[in-house]
Ligand binder design. Structure first.
Ligand code: UDP
Length: 495
C-alpha cells in the first residue's frame, strides 16, 4: 500500500529522524508513540541495527493499531571507518569515535531526500535530532517545518544560552567557580564542569558547536522532554528565546504503562522481568538504592570499585547495573576475583548489561537512585518520585545535578569536581568510597532532612504524572504542537 492509500484524509504525517545514541533515540521513540496516540501518522527513519532495537519497543504500539511505520535505510559503516553494525554511541569501540559516528549519519541524507521527493503529499513536519545538522538542509529544500529534539531540559538550554551570550567562562581558570549570569537562580560551576563547548579541555568541539548554533536557530521549534511545573522559570525564558515554539511534552517515559512495555525499552534487558520483580518484591518497601550510570559512560574500573565497595558498606539493599563499555571486562574480572557478587548476594542484585530501568524505578522497594545525571535518567527518577544521589560525568550532566540538588532540592551530590569523558579520562579523578557512602546515607536517612527531601521528590513525581494526564500541561502542549503544524500546513497549501 502506498502512503497516499494508507494515509487518512487530513491526517498529519511526521517524518521522525533519530540519532544513534540510546539517550536520544529512546525518548524519540517515546515521542513518536505519543504523537501517534494523538492521531499523527509517524514514519521513523532507521538503520539496520537500530531497526532491530526499535522493533521490539514498538511492536506492541503497532499491534495496538497506532499509525507508526518504519523506513529502513543503509548505513555506511565502512566508508567512515566504523566497525560493521556500529550505529550507536553505546556500540563504539571508544568514545573518541563519536564525531565520526555523527558524520556517518550524513549517509542518510540522500536516501531521505529521495524518499521525500517521491511522496505526495509531503510530510507535514520533520522531527529530527538536533545533532543531525543535514536535516536542516533537507527541511529547507522541501520547505517542511523542522522541529528539533536534543534530549535536554530548559534549564540546560538557558545555561548554555547565557554562556554563549556572556562568554564569562573565557576569563576564568579551570577550577575557579563562577556564576552563570541572568538566570532565575544563582548557579555556580567551574569551567571544568561545563559541557564541551565551554570546557577548554575539549577545544576540538567548537567548530561543530558553531554549526549547531546556526542549525538550531533555523529550526521551526523545539520539543523538550520535561514538564512545565518542574522548571517553570526556565521554560518561560526559553519560550521567549524561541518565540513560543517550545513544547514541553514530558516526561516521555511515562507513556509506558504496563510492565512488559517498561521492560522492553531501549535494548533487550539483561535480566528477565520475573527475576527482577521477584528480587524487588522480596525487599521491604522504600529500602533499595538503585545505581545505574546511563548508556554511554565508560567509567574507569578503579572508580567503579569505589562505588561497589560503597554500596557494600552502606548496608542497604542495592541494585548495581554493571557496564563500562569496553572496560566492562576489567570490572567483571574484579567482581569475579573478589567474589563480590557472592559476598553481597543477601542484599545486592547485580545486573550485568542493560537494566529494565523504568520497571525498577517504578517499584515501591526503591528508595534512592544513584545516577550519572543524564537527563533521561534524572527525569525518570523525578517521575518515579525518588530522591537522587548525583554523580555527573560529562556534558550537561553537571547542570542537571544543579537542577535536582540546588533548585528542586531532591538530590544529594557525591561531589564530582570535573568532566570525565570515557577514554580521554586521564585525570585520575576518583570519587572516594566515603563520599558515595555519605551521599547515599543522606538520601536514605530517616531524619527530618531526608524526610523533607523524600516528600519533595514524591510531590514532583505526582506533578510529573499529572502533566501527562488529560488536561495536564504536557498533554495540552502536544495538542498545541499538532494544531500549530496543522495551521502551518494549511497556510502553505494556500500560498
Ligand atoms: N537505560 C536503561 N537501562 C540501562 C541503562 C540506561 O533502560 O541499563 C535507559 C534509561 O532509562 C534512559 C537512557 O537509557 O532512558 C539513558 O539516558 P540518559 O540520558 O540517562 O543517559 P546517557 O545515555 O546519556 O548516559
Amino acid at each position: 500500500m502506498t502512503l497516499e492509500e494508507s494515509q487518512e484524509p487530513n491526517q498529519l504525517h511526521f517524518l521522525v529522524i533519530p540519532m544513534g545514541s540510546p539517550d536520544h533515540y529512546i525518548p524519540t521513540i517515546d515521542m513518536a508513540k505519543l504523537l501517534a496516540q494523538h492521531g499523527v501518522r509517524i514514519t521513523i527513519v532507521t538503520t539496520p541495527v537500530k531497526a532491530f532495537r526499535f522493533g521490539s519497543i514498538l511492536d506492541q504500539a503497532i499491534q495496538s493499531g497506532l499509525p507508526i511505520y518504519f523506513l529502513e535505510f543503509m548505513f555506511s559503516y565502512k566508508e567512515f571507518g566504523l566497525p560493521e553494525g556500529c550505529e550507536s554511541m553505546d556500540d563504539l569501540p571508544h568514545l573518541g569515535l563519536g564525531r565520526t559516528l555523527m558524520q556517518a549519519y550524513t549517509s542518510l541524507q540522500k536516501q531521505v531526500e529521495e524518499y521525500i521527493e517521491k511522496l505526495n503529499p509531503r510530510p507535514n513536519c520533520i522531527l529530527a535530532d538536533t545533532f543531525l545538522l543535514w536535516t536542516g538542509e533537507t527541511a529547507k529544500k522541501f520547505q517542511i517545518p523542522r522541529i528539533i529534539f536534543d534530549g535536554m531540559n530548559c534549564f540546560t538550554q538557558m545555561c548554555n544560552h547565557v554562556l554563549y551570550l556572556s562568554k564569562v567562562y573565557e576569563s576564568v581558570g579551570e577550577s575557579e567557580p563562577f556564576v552563570l549570569p541572568d538566570l532565575p537562580d544563582r548557579i555556580e560551576l567551574t569551567r571544568s564542569q561545563h559541557p564541551f563547548a565551554f570546557n577548554s579541555s575539549f577545544k576540538g568541539m567548537s567548530d561543530f558547536n558553531e554549526k549547531l548554533q546556526v542549525s538550531e536557530s533555523e529550526a521551526y521549534g523545539v520539543i523538550v522532554n520535561s514538564f512545565e511545573e518542574l522548571e517553570q522559570g526556565y521554560v518561560d525564558e526559553y519560550q521567549k528565546l524561541k518565540r513560543d515554539k517550545v513544547w514541553c511534552i514530558g516526561p516521555l517515559s511515562l507513556c509506558h504503562k504496563d510492565e512488559s512495555e517498561k521492560v522492553r525499552r531501549g535494548k533487550k534487558s539483561s535480566i528477565h522481568k520475573n527475576e527482577c520483580l521477584k528480587w524487588l518484591d522480596s525487599q521491604e518497601n522504600s529500602s533499595v538504592i538503585y545505581a545505574c550510570l546511563g548508556s554511554v559512560s565508560r567509567i574507569e574500573p578503579a572508580q567503579l570499585i569505589e562505588l561497589a565497595l560503597a554500596l557494600e558498606s552502606s548496608k542497604r539493599p542495592f541494585i548495581w547495573v554493571v557496564r563500562a563499555g569496553h572496560k566492562t571486562e576489567k570490572i567483571e574480572k574484579w567482581i569475579d576475583e573478589e567474589g563480590f557478587e557472592e559476598r553481597t548476594k543477601d542484599r545486592g542484585l547485580l545486573i550485568h548489561g542493560w537494566a529494565p530501568q523504568l520497571l525498577i524505578l517504578s517499584h515501591p522497594a526503591i528508595e534512592g537512585f544513584l545516577t550519572h545525571c543524564g537527563w533521561n535518567s534524572t527525569l525518570e527518577g523525578v517521575s518515579a518520585g525518588v530522591p537522587l544521589v548525583t554523580w555527573p560525568q560529562f556534558q550537561e550532566q553537571f547542570y542537571n545535578e544543579k537542577l535536582v540538588v540546588q533548585v528542586l532540592k531532591v538530590g544529594v551530590s557525591v561531589g564530582a569536581q570535573k568532566t570525565v569523558w570515557g577514554d580521554e579520562d586521564k585525570s585520575g579523578e576518583v570519587v572516594k568510597r566515603e563520599e558515595f557512602i555519605k551521599a547515599i546515607e543522606m538520601v536514605m536517612e530517616e531524619g527530618e532532612e531526608g524526610e523533607e527531601r523524600r516528600k519533595r521528590a514524591k510531590e514532583f513525581g505526582k506533578m510529573a504524572n499529572k502533566a501527562i494526564e488529560e488536561g495536564g500541561s504536557s498533554r495540552q502542549n502536544i495538542t498545541r504542537l499538532i494544531q500549530d503544524i496543522r495551521f502551518q500546513s494549511s497556510t502553505r497549501n494556500l500560498s
